[in-house]
Design a protein around this ligand. Structure first.
Ligand code: UT7
Length: 322
């Protein structure tokens, strides 16, 4: 039986850092409120001339270097993003061209904050099924472009960034299991109201920005993530406490603490980046993974649980041995 494994990781954060203190001047908020209610202290914002593709390219190049692969090796590209540069060509194709990768499947998928988990689950199927030998999997966002900077209930939360991994075949897992799910009945709790087909009309009053009923999202997120980690443990006959590292979607410290409690994991076994990155949607999990790999916390052989929850609602987890 063939498996897949993560061969290398990378990330890119734009240079500009926006602090909570700066936000105090922009909207009626305080550093204290943002820290206490979310855990976020600062976030990175893309420069005017930087797009999601630019961020994705930097993260991808880092992951390729870490894995020791070049453009000629890559034969599958999938990018999770909610903020692509253009509707089409898809961001996977744009990235393929930028990196000089030859003809291969290249696509973007939109599963909001779960985009990277979905992308990794799909890449695993292609690589372990023998249909790809070197997959580039990216989560990349410029959420600052779809944020209403006058809305304090959302603008204090989001940030920009990109994370990437290279997935290659392995004789042993590697990726052990991926669990993907969604429930569209929650579509009205977290959404961006317009698109190419549902265009903004003169009578539309909603801003062209992220809309979130934060408190309601919070409650479903906690319950759903508790349930997905239970599902992941049960599917693999694992007991609580057997996971070495939790790499959660970085939305809210209180949501992450609830998931860690469910897993009986102390917080020093949870990779936290939200204080520095904010919520970067599809980019948050691969960036957190890269941070902990590069600073030496995550070692080869460690058992990792990656999870995410976001608009849709979508959610999912990936259990893997690094
Ligand atoms: O990433 C994908 C999924 N997204 C999430 O998982 C996000 C989930 N939700 C959350 O993280 C939290 O709900 C938020 C951080 C968005 C909000 O925290 P909360 O504790 O749920 O606050 P709330 O919405 O219940 O609001 C509490 C109070 C309200 O004032 P009143 O009505 O009690 O007077 C808000 O108007 O806090 C107020 N508030 C703020 N105050 C200062 C809301 N935003 C702010 C702000 N600064 N930025």
């Amino acid at each position: 039986m063939r498996y897949s494994r993560i061969a290398g990781t990378g990330r890119y954060l734009p240079e500009r850092v926006l602090t909570n203190t700066e936000l105090e001047v922009m909207v009626d908020t305080s550093d204290e409120w943002i820290r206490a209610r979310t855990g976020i202290e600062r976030r990175h914002i893309a420069a005017e001339d930087q797009t999601t593709l630019d961020l994705a390219e930097q993260a991808a190049r880092q992951a390729m270097t870490a894995a020791g692969v070049g453009p000629a090796d890559i034969d599958f590209i999938v990018v999770g993003t909610t903020t692509p540069d253009v509707v089409f060509p898809n961001l996977g194709c744009l990235l393929q061209e930028r990196l000089g990768v030859a003809a291969c499947p290249a696509f973007a998928l939109e599963a909001a904050c779960s985009g990277f988990i979905y992308a990794l689950g799909i890449a695993d199927r292609f690589v372990s099924g023998g249909m790809a030998r070197c997959a580039l999997v990216v989560g990349a966002e410029t959420l600052s472009r779809i944020t209403d900077w006058t809305d304090r209930s959302t603008c204090v939360i989001f940030g920009d960034g990109a994370g990437a991994v290279i997935v290659q075949p392995a004789d042993e897992p590697g990726i052990i299991s991926a669990h993907l799910a969604a429930d569209g009945r929650y579509k009205d709790l977290l959404y961006f109201p317009y698109g190419p087909s549902r265009r903004r009309r003169p009578e539309d009053t909603e801003t062209a920005a992220i809309h979130m009923r934060g408190n309601e999202v919070f409650k479903v997120a906690v319950k759903t993530l508790e349930s997905i980690v239970d599902t992941t443990l049960a599917a693999n006959n694992l007991e609580r406490g057997q996971i070495d590292w939790l790499i959660p979607h970085q939305a809210n410290i209180r949501i992450i603490q609830a998931t860690a409690r469910r897993l009986d994991m102390p917080m020093d076994k949870v990779v936290l980046t939200l204080m520095d990155h904010g919520n970067t949607s599809a980019a948050s999990v691969p960036m957190a993974l890269d941070v902990a790999v590069r600073d030496g916390r995550i070692k080869r052989g460690d058992l990792l649980l990656l999870e995410a929850f976001g608009g849709g609602f979508t959610w999912g987890s990936v259990l893997l041995r690094y």
